[in-house]
Ligand binder design. Structure first.
Ligand SMILES: [Zn+2]
Length: 100
């Protein structure tokens, strides 16, 4: 029982650390994030490290449905500083289903 609690605490700590690290690097993970799919489509999705019901995850890349091109693809978060104002507006208007 105690061992389980320790494991759980470790997992939470690692995920929290990953979120903080990603944010330091300029990625706004932990909520609504602008992502780019392999075809270059931009859209907004909810990205919470360690918690996802709709995506297959491989570190910073994950496989999910792209609502812009209407296809399954790999997406990765885009740094806020790498977005132009037009990119932000485009992504803001495109949001996939609102579950993590
Ligand atoms: Zn796409």
């Amino acid at each position: 029982m105690r061992k389980r609690l320790v494991t759980f605490a470790l997992v939470v700590a690692v995920l929290a650390g990953a979120t903080v690290l990603a944010r330091r690097l300029g990625y706004k993970v932990g909520g609504n994030v602008v992502v780019r799919c392999r075809e270059g489509h931009l859209f907004t999705t909810i990205w919470i490290p360690g918690a996802s019901l709709k995506a297959i995850r491989f570190g910073p890349v994950r496989g999910q449905y792209c609502p812009v091109g209407e296809h399954w693809t790999w997406v990765r978060p885009v740094r806020d500083s790498d977005l132009t104002q037009a990119d932000r507006e485009e992504a803001a208007g495109r949001h996939d289903i609102r579950i993590p």
